[in-house]
Design a protein around this ligand. Structure first.
Ligand code: SIN
Length: 500
């Protein structure tokens, strides 16, 4: 922890084993890029509101320059490396992430607020995408099928899409970068990354390690900016062939409209409103553990967090009692302080939103069992882990993602009612349920309208699991072989007149 007189940035530099991975400028072609006229923006630690560092604020011209360099970078990288070589470079990138994981976790915890334990977990999660796609790179299969014409062969192979624009969120400052760039680089693409305004330093540190691992500098650019119009260039510019975005549904729709101007490929990982159903035959201890990890991971700031917890009336009271015991044992505090289990929210707007959802629920008949208050005295953006029962569809939490530590408990009487409630949303990212009945497990998993289903678990994210949604939660999948395909085009070759 910093001493009373020490500023946060000195504390960070002192804590890092290799301070050179912490940089506060853009990286274009492997070189430091300052903002025009020295323009910067401040990044503060959400737990203390203290400034961590100022970061260079790049312009639209900088982004256009990065895109132009990425065009040449792509041409060289895709034609001069084999898939196996790209896999080897990614293996070295993985090795460097693991070797620097303590430093990366410290940077991540300070800029995002999450606990050091969660930040370390995220660094490992980020690294897992790099090792996964290092292995996937050489497994980029095409196929062949008998042609319907005589004396003809028809087959397909995969080609990299080209220059990729990557726009990522603050809630997973490292993993959301690697989940996109590892498959892009494995395929042979080049990337221009616009990191989140709140947490640019993890992306910049990863860029330094990627270049050190052997990714050509003209293939990997990071352009921090607060200028939305400049960032939109990644969606508009005709030289960008693919746009991958993780963030809100509203911004995703806007970027998709812009990308349509050049018909570029898009992957959109957008908002969720996940239901978590606890059926009457569930094992309550598994369900409580599942809710704890699913709802309170990253203080409720994940797009796969359970937003609506639906509990069968027969077991509701027992479930609430067990959940409240666990929630009351959580400890709010600074991410880098030992013993903290819950970090802060990202900013004041996030605290306001949780507070509004809680007040709205309580004003409409919700019953408070735990939490329910902002913790302004802690100096950061803290809101207590909160449990409210008697939630109804009239409440805001039923329709809008809280993105914070509010466990809203709805109840139901039958499986049919639970499914109706669960599917009554425009979103379809994740859904969860708990049941010990195998027939029911298969039935309910099929009937939930979402891209990912967790059964008897609250943790579904991993490199081998295709991440993505249906409905307004977006399009595309990240992870497994599908993640690589998002960065590839299928080319079909027909060879006719093969007769002698
Ligand atoms: C997200 O919230 O965007 C990602 C969460 C995850 O990968 O588990």
């Amino acid at each position: 922890m910093p001493t009373k007189t020490e500023d946060l940035s000195s504390f960070l530099t002192k804590s890092l084993k290799d301070p050179s991975i912490f940089v506060n400028y853009g990286i274009i072609n492997g070189e430091e890029r300052k903002g025009t006229d020295g323009k910067t923006f401040a990044i503060s630690e959400p737990s203390s509101k203290e400034v961590l560092a100022n970061c260079a604020d790049l312009s639209k011209n900088d982004i256009i320059e990065a895109i132009n360099l990425a065009v040449t970078g792509f041409a060289n990288f895709s034609s001069n490396t084999s898939a196996k070589q790209r896999g080897l470079i990614l293996k070295e990138f993985f090795r460097l992430i693991i070797a620097n994981s303590d430093d990366l976790a410290m940077i991540l915890s300070l800029e995002n607020g999450k606990t050091l334990a969660e930040a370390s977990g995220e660094v490992n999660y980020a690294a897992s995408f790099v090792s996964w796609f290092a292995e996937e790179a050489p497994r980029s299969y095409g196929d062949a099928i008998p042609s319907s014409y005589a004396n003809t062969e028809v087959f397909t192979f995969k080609e990299p899409v080209g220059v990729c624009g990557i726009i990522t969120p603050w809630n997973f400052p490292a993993a959301m970068i690697t989940r996109k760039i590892a498959p892009a680089l494995a395929a042979g693409c080049s990337v221009v990354i616009k990191p989140p305004r709140e947490t640019p330093f993890s992306a910049l540190a990863l860029c330094k390690l990627a270049i050190k691992a052997g990714i050509p500098p003209d293939c990997f650019h990071v352009v921090p900016t607060t200028d939305r119009e400049a960032a939109s260039e990644l969606a508009i510019n005709e030289k960008v062939n693919k746009l991958s975005f993780t963030g809100s549904t509203g911004v995703g729709k806007m970027l998709t409209r812009l990308a349509a101007g050049t018909m570029k490929r898009v992957s959109m990982e957008l908002g969720g409103n996940a239901p978590l159903i606890i059926l009457e035959d569930a094992d309550i201890s598994k369900a409580v553990a599942g809710v704890m990890v699913c709802k309170f991971r990253s203080s409720g700031q994940t797009c796969v967090c359970a937003n609506r917890i639906l509990v069968h009336l027969d077991i509701k009271d027992r479930f609430i009692e067990a959940l409240v015991d666990r929630v009351n044992a959580l400890k709010l505090g600074r991410g880098i302080e030992g013993g903290t289990t819950q970090g802060p929210l990202v900013n004041a707007a996030a605290v306001k939103k949780v507070s509004e959802h809680v007040q709205d629920a309580l004003s409409k008949g919700g019953v408070l069992h735990a939490g329910g208050k902002e913790q302004a005295h802690l100096n950061g953006f803290f809101y207590e882990p909160t449990v409210i029962s008697e939630a109804t569809t009239k409440m805001e939490v039923a329709h809008d993602e809280t993105f914070g530590p509010l466990a809203a408990i709805f109840s139901f009487n039958s499986e049919t009612e639970a499914l109706e409630l669960a599917n009554a949303t425009n979103y379809g990212l994740a859904g969860y349920f708990f049941s010990e009945n195998i027939g029911r497990v298969m039935r309910v998993a099929r009937k939930l309208h979402c891209g990912m289903v967790g059964v008897n678990t609250g943790l579904i994210s991993a490199a081998e699991s295709p991440f993505g949604g249906v409905k307004e939660s977006g399009m595309g999948r990240e992870g497994r072989k599908y993640g690589l395909q998002e960065y590839q085009n299928i080319k079909c070759v027909t060879i006719g007149n093969l007769q002698e």
